[in-house]
Design a protein around this ligand. Structure first.
Ligand code: MG
Length: 155
């Protein structure tokens, strides 16, 4: 079995859309990044690439490339799924933990799981999305950033 781990963090800024797991979440701030700043998809994609022995998302979608400015991370996920197919691999299971002081994410977890499941062609029951606060500690706890951890297995 192949396992991969991923982590990402992006700063929260006023005037940006908040996109997590491909879901547009109403909030006063959004994640700043070269792409849409979707930390959940970024952490998952890094985990997938790690498990595939294929590098990291910076190798595929460098932030120096203007084509990826404000890009939809779900499109990146489609590209990575295609790469896996070429290698004869498939995502079997995803688990993830989002760390965000605000907004409350529980209402959006189901849709995030569905989007991730669709992007990597596996059943939603094999996709875990958990959300918690950082209990006030650090940049995440002060509401200045959102971070995410992810683990995947490939078969
Ligand atoms: Mg990122």
């Amino acid at each position: 079995m192949r396992l991969g781990i991923g982590y990402d963090i992006h700063p929260l800024k006023a005037g940006r859309k908040l996109i997590l797991g491909g879901v547009d979440i109403p909030f006063s701030k959004g994640l700043l990044g070269h792409s849409d700043g979707d930390v959940l998809l970024h952490a998952i994609m890094d985990a997938v690439l790690g498990a595939a022995g294929a590098g990291d998302i910076g190798d595929f979608f460098p932030d120096s490339d203007s084509r990826y400015k404000n890009a939809d991370s779900l499109l990146f996920a489609g590209r990575i799924r295609a790469l896996l197919k070429k290698k004869g691999l498939k995502v079997k299971h995803v688990d993830s933990t989002l760390l965000a002081e605000a907004p409350k994410l529980s209402d959006y977890k189901k849709k995030m799981r569905e989007n991730i499941a669709k992007a990597f062609e596996l059943p939603p029951a094999r996709v875990g999305v958990k959300a918690k606060t950082n209990e006030g500690f650090g940049a995440v706890g002060k509401g200045k950033a959102i971070a995410c951890f992810a683990v995947v297995s490939l078969g």
